[in-house]
Ligand binder design. Structure first.
Ligand code: ARG
Length: 231
């Protein structure tokens, strides 16, 4: 073959709200973005021969960002919902999640979602947790830009409970040694996380799905899973 031009690596701009450990968060010392989603999207990028650039942004800015083409993909512990699928295209599910509640360690009055009636609930803006909390009768909903802010409000005593994704709640409780808060209740929902692209970018999502399938076959997905969640 003829003279080879040095091909610039394809760049994938990936949006994420990086305060959602263990899926995406900033390493305290290196300031790098780390987590299950970050490792997964980097592995997918590698599979596609592309360089992944993470852009940290508000969770409620991800879908508008995809629609405006300011990012190519979003990976952010984002649940595949019908509502969102009207605006963006989703990859095949890559993680099974669901919503649970977090209350203060000494709280005995909230044990199930039913007990949230008339209570003050903190959630992250634009999330499935916010949608579900809004359905609770007579509850007062406080919406925060990030899950850590919702947890802080619980600690400060401003709310009775936080409704948020189970693996993130578990990570928070483990990280704080269970002294401030505990998780209660059976998961309220069964949710699947998906990687999103602009609704017009079906081709890109097909490539992501292909890469994801490959990573599941070659054991790489499993490795990343075990790294963040154990066996
Ligand atoms: N799974 C929930 C949703 O899709 C919450 C996701 C929040 N993600 C984040 N990186 N803050 O609404």
């Amino acid at each position: 073959c003829g003279k080879q031009e040095a091909k610039p690596a394809k760049v994938l701009k990936v949006g994420s709200e990086a305060a959602f450990a263990p899926f995406e968060f900033q390493d305290e010392s290196t300031k790098e973005y780390v987590g299950f989603d970050i490792d997964l999207i980097k592995a997918i990028g590698k599979q596609m021969g592309a360089e992944v650039q993470i852009q940290n942004m508000g969770f409620d800015g991800l879908i508008p960002g995809l629609e405006a083409n300011s990012i190519d993909l979003a990976i952010s512990g984002m649940t595949i919902t019908e509502e969102r699928a009207k605006k963006v295209s989703f990859s095949k599910p890559y993680y099974k999640s669901g919503l649970t509640m977090v209350v203060k360690t000494d709280n005995t009055s909230i044990q199930s979602f039913k007990d949230l009636e008339g209570k003050k609930i903190a959630v992250q803006l634009g999330t499935t947790g916010a949608d579900e909390a809004k359905k609770v009768k007579d509850a007062q909903i406080r919406e925060f830009n990030s899950a850590p802010e919702a947890f802080l409000e619980l600690k400060a005593g401003g709310v009775d409970a936080v409704v948020n994704d189970k693996p993130v709640n578990e990570y928070y409780i483990a990280k704080t040694g269970g002294k401030d808060a505990k998780m209660v209740g059976e998961p309220l929902t069964a949710e699947d996380y998906g990687i999103a692209a602009s609704g017009k970018n079906k081709e890109l999502i097909a490539q992501v799905d292909k890469a994801l399938e490959e990573l599941k076959k070659n054991g790489e997905y499993e490795k990343i899973y075990v790294k963040w969640f154990g066996k």
